[in-house]
Design a protein. Structure first.
Lengths: 698, 344
């Protein structure tokens, strides 16, 4: 029976059809691989997930099993169950249970996620026992990760591992266990708060984007239903209980029908040609579309998946994977139409202006793999370039986007900062984390133990037990000197915040092109090293954070390529925006090391606080210095201030005085940052300058 | 206490011939030094490594040895086997065991990797016994690290140490043990997630880059096989069992024949020329290339190691040893250099 008393009914949700469908498809076929829901807050994401779980059919589990093993599939049994089987408990006793939503909190520690040594057993009996974690709870359930993009990197790593294998392998804190962990992964994220790592992104079978509903009628409807639910309106509950029951029945029927749903071979060809056209990486997309299409057919009560099912499935499966748009074609691909799909490929390639054939033409470049990375980076870049070509003249202004690659060929620049510290005595750049976050790497004896390493403590105490007079089966005799503290480590990344002047003056002498080129090369390097980058652009009357701190190079590239110049120079706004981004990032993670890179001619001419723009910028510089934020200033203008004629002019005509002052080097002094002229430096040298700055802090 | 997994048959993997070959060559001659598989998401990297398990050969181990010592290799026995010999157990009894794939999960903590004091023994008997870790299990087996570029630095340090010495020296918590730890290191990674440390990169004998297949028909084939496998794993395995058996037999045969194949001087010269032209550091590449060519020849049932064998394995030997950085276009072009030198 479905309890509706304290849970919002699934069928009472308004709108968000894509999200609801994606969730249902996962219910019908868990092999679809979960769903990532991207969108703003307050769009009923978690309500929907919880509501769905209650509609799912009950499942059989082995009674007393900590992992909820399925008695029907011997191959998936955990070690405990196997042992019980071998010991003669055959058949294994069963229970039924309802599928649950297991939540993975953002601040979860690794021990809680993968499981750890059982504290009580260790201390009471000196026994080494495994205490299961979230990944054990999640077996055969829904694993729900809210704000999945904010998850700590090392938690993401273990999640990926488990999701990939369906097994959680634990080799830590003295325990060595592996247990099944197959779950439907449901994640939500707000893209404005940062990207998801591509590897994790790809693990989500489907992806939907949700938006707040703009239709006033529907908004009212939502509010009314919410109120009816809160007050326990009988009519409301009765109405949607019936609807939910119907839906639950439909899901149950689809679940049963799924194994019989067929997919004709020309539809399989269609799937693969769609994936080729979309330029996806690897083959997971093909597999996911196949499964989703069959789930769609099952849900629709068909025995065979149609072309529409395939396209609908592709839409859900490619939202986060496609590099090029896919067209829906009415006519089906006939078997001999291989040529036609090749044309489609070629077209996709042309659209991306990809000069390199490996991205588009089929099988042209199978054996030569080592140029792959560069080819991909380039293709991404060129695709972005093409995109920019289509979206010229945004907002109808006469601003011209400027291309970077005409000036500089993109080449990787090595920021040698991480290896450098390692060479000197093999020290790690990961910093010791003192706040119980980060990976537990080893234990040490300490005066004051705040984060007890149970395994190490028990091990330290073990040899002394006899001496301390402990009898068998007694509680472990611990003494103060046994206590061991966990030493945790956490990778600390740099945060490079680019504050870029996009005023009209940047149009001169190809300054913008030089700037873009320099940033691009830094981005590629930052990405590989998992540094975060942010991009702030100022022009006209405001500064805009075009890219929040992210580790996604492709996103940064695209944003950068689209940059156009024009208008006045609100320098203060730019510095303020950069300052705010750094402050907010620091508040989330105090260990991060920020670096503000200002690229401008330093001649602000828009006031933010009704003061002289130059003075305002100087004050901002002082503020940045007082917060101990590292800075690097790259002067985009030629330095005329030292010319004799300018000096002379400034002396005779006070109105030209400011021209005798190099605004940028002045700001650099005030921030105690370094100063470079963009024309004094090649792009490599700019990158080296940033690297140098980051190294200097060690 | 491991959950057994039914593995997808090795021979049922569509395409990715270089990756499969690199794994096979290592199974034939472990001293090639392992393989690193780099590639984009969803290209059967992990599937292939796990599938290799069923193709691995059998070998002799000392009976009841916790470290899987080789009975005939007296220089590399563990301290326990040495004690047994000293106590008069001579010769050491041997049993036959199949080589295995031992996984190192990235959540591993140091104590489980190197091994530590056996807790329960210490408590129950008050004795200081050593509890072997992953490095002990990996001895003479394949040590597989998925997402190897995400491995913690301190675990990498431990790996590098024991890979360099061929043994694991444990001095911690009152236990003091030395045991052999010679393993074939196999790693998979997605380069998008970050680079590998150069020292670790150099440890891998071979390296292959894999990418998705762009051919429509073969793509369809992949999805079809996957679906068939999921529907009925047992039937799928049965269907591919003869192909698996054939590959297994060829590997077993090559293990017997490769030591007899001479790598002639002209071939060694050719390899040296390659290394010079490609400006690689050190001499590890030369050794690896000769061994890989030899294993390739044995696998091909060829009577001698030819130029073709060298040119076939050279890309796997040199691709990760070139000095130029990944994004760079500079530096010698691998394929070009190989073609040029082989043509001479």
């Amino acid at each position: 029976m479905i309890e509706l008393r304290n849970a919002y009914p699934f069928s009472a949700l308004v709108g968000q059809a894509g999200m609801r469908l994606a969730l249902c498809l996962n219910a019908v076929n868990p092999a679809v691989g979960g769903v990532l829901i991207r969108g703003e807050r307050g769009t009923a994401k978690s309500t929907a997930v919880r509501a769905l779980a209650r509609l799912l059919p009950e499942q059989q589990v082995v009674a007393g099993c900590r992992y909820g093993c399925d008695p029907a599939i011997p191959a998936h049994l955990c070690a405990d169950c196997r042992w019980r089987l071998a010991a003669g408990e055959d058949p294994l006793p069963r229970n039924t249970r309802r599928m649950r939503v297991v939540e993975l909190p953002i601040n979860a520690s690794e021990d809680r996620v993968v499981g750890t040594i059982d504290l009580e057993a260790a201390l009471q009996k000196g026994a080494k026992r495994f205490q299961p974690g979230v990944l054990a709870d999640a077996n055969r359930n829904l694993l729900y990760v809210d704000e999945v993009n904010l998850l700590d990197d090392h938690i993401v790593d273990v999640l990926l591992d488990a999701a990939a294998m369906g097994v959680n392998v634990v080799e830590r804190e003295g325990v060595s266990v592996s247990h099944p962990s197959r779950f439907i992964l449901v994640g939500t994220m707000n893209p404005e708060e940062g990207d998801l790592r591509p590897q994790l992104l790809d693990r989500f079978g489907l992806c939907v984007d949700v938006k707040g509903i703009r239709d006033p009628e529907l908004r009212v409807e939502i509010a009314e239903r919410e109120a009816a639910f809160k007050t326990g309106d009988r009519e409301f509950l009765a109405r949607f209980r019936t609807a939910d029951l119907d839906l639950a029945e439909a899901l149950g029927a689809a679940l049963k029908a799924l194994p019989k749903v067929r997919l004709r071979s020309n539809r399989r060809r269609l799937i693969s040609s769609i994936c080729l056209q979309a330029g996806v990486q690897g083959h997971r997309a093909d597999v996911v579309i196949e499964r989703t299409a069959r789930a769609l057919a099952a849900l629709g009560g068909h025995r065979e998946a149609t072309a529409d099912d395939v396209y609908d499935a592709a839409e859900l499966a490619l939202a986060h994977r496609a590099r090029y748009a896919v067209r829906r074609e009415q006519e089906e691909l006939a078997p001999q139409d291989g040529r036609q799909s090749e044309e489609a490929n070629a077209e996709a390639g042309e659209r991306a202006e990809a000069g390199n054939s490996d991205e588009s033409a089929s099988g042209a470049q199978e054996s030569e793999g080592q140029g792959e990375e560069s080819a991909q980076a380039e293709a991404g870049e060129q695709a972005a370039g093409a995109e920019q070509g289509r979206t010229t003249g945004s907002e109808g202004r006469s601003e011209s986007p400027i291309e970077a690659e005409d000036i500089f060929s993109v080449r990787k620049i090595e920021l040698a900062r991480q290896h450098k510290t390692r060479k000197t005595g093999g020290k790690r750049q990961a910093s010791k984390a003192s706040d119980r976050r980060g990976r537990y790497v080893r234990a040490e004896a300490k005066e004051k133990v705040t984060d007890l390493a149970v395994d190490a403590t028990v091990r330290a105490a073990a040899p002394h037990q006899a001496k301390r007079g402990r009898a068998r089966g007694e509680r472990l005799r611990l003494e103060r000197q046994d206590l061991q503290q966990k030493v945790r480590e956490r990778k600390v990344g740099n945060l490079i915040v680019f504050v870029v002047d996009a005023s009209a003056s940047m149009d001169a002498e190809q300054r913008m092109a030089a700037t873009k080129g320099a940033i691009l090369s830094l981005l590629q390097d930052a990405y590989v090293r998992r540094d975060k980058v942010a991009l702030i652009v100022f022009k006209n009357r405001t500064a805009e954070v075009v890219l929040r701190p992210t580790a996604s190079v492709s996103l940064a590239q695209r944003r950068l390529e689209r940059l156009s110049v024009g208008g006045t120079t609100p320098l203060t706004h730019g510095l303020m925006a950069g300052y705010k981004v750094i402050k907010s990032e620091l508040s989330r993670d105090p260990t991060i090391r920020p670096l503000l890179v200002l690229i401008s001619d330093g001649r602000g001419n828009i006031s933010m606080f009704k003061e002289e723009p130059l003075v305002e910028a100087q004050k901002m510089a002082a503020l940045i210095k007082s917060e101990k934020i590292e800075a690097l200033i790259i002067d985009s203008a030629r330095d005329y201030s030292t010319l004799a004629s300018v000096q002379h002019l400034a002396r005779v005509a006070p109105m030209y005085q400011s021209y005798a002052l190099n605004a940028c080097s002045d700001l650099a002094e005030r921030m105690e940052g370094r100063y470079y002229g963009i024309y004094d430096l090649s792009r490599e040298e700019i990158a080296a300058a940033v690297a140098g700055q980051l190294n200097r802090r060690r | 206490m491991a959950v057994e997994r039914m593995t997808y048959p090795f021979s049922a993997i569509v395409g990715q011939d270089r990756m499969k070959l690199a794994l096979v060559l290592n199974a034939i001659n472990p001293s090639i030094g392992g393989v690193l598989i780099r590639g984009e998401k969803g290209t059967a990297k992990s599937t292939a490594v796990r599938a290799l398990t069923s193709l691995l050969p059998e070998h002799q181990v000392v009976k009841a040895c916790r470290f899987g010592c080789e009975p005939s290799d007296l220089d590399h026995l563990c301290s326990e086997c040495r004690d047994r010999r000293a106590a008069g157990e001579e010769p050491l009894p041997a049993i036959t065991r199949r080589m295995r794939v031992v996984e190192l999960p990235i959540n591993a903590s140091e104590d489980r990797v190197v091994g530590t004091i056996d807790l329960e023994a210490a408590l129950k008997e008050g004795s200081k016994r050593f509890e072997p870790g992953v490095l002990a299990e990996a001895n003479r087996n394949i040590l597989y690290v998925d997402e190897v570029n995400l491995l913690d630095d301190h675990i990498v340090d431990v790996l590098l140490d024991s890979a360099a010495m061929g043994m694991n020296v444990v001095e911690r918590e009152g236990v003091s043990v030395i045991h052999p730890s010679r393993f074939i290191l196999v790693g998979t990674m997605n380069p998008e997630e970050g680079e590998l440390r150069p020292q670790l990169l150099d440890r891998f004998g071979l390296c292959v880059d894999v990418e998705g297949i762009r051919d429509l028909d073969r793509r369809v084939h992949i999805v079809e096989r996957r679906a068939a496998w999921e529907e009925d794993p047992a039937a799928f395995q049965a269907e591919h069992s003869s192909a698996e058996g054939e590959t297994r037999a060829r590997i077993a045969e090559a293990i017997q024949t490769y030591p007899e194949l001479q790598v002639e001087r002209p071939i060694l010269r050719l390899i040296a020329q390659l290394s010079i032209a490609l400006e690689v550091d050190g001499h590890r590449a030369d050794l690896v290339c000769a061994r890989a060519a030899q294993a390739q020849a044995a696998f091909d049932r060829s009577s001698d190691v030819s130029v073709q064998h060298v040119s076939h394995v050279a890309p796997m030997v040199y691709s990760h040893r070139l000095r130029s950085v990944p994004f760079g276009k500079a530096g010698p072009n691998l394929a070009e250099v190989i073609n040029r030198i082989v043509a001479q």
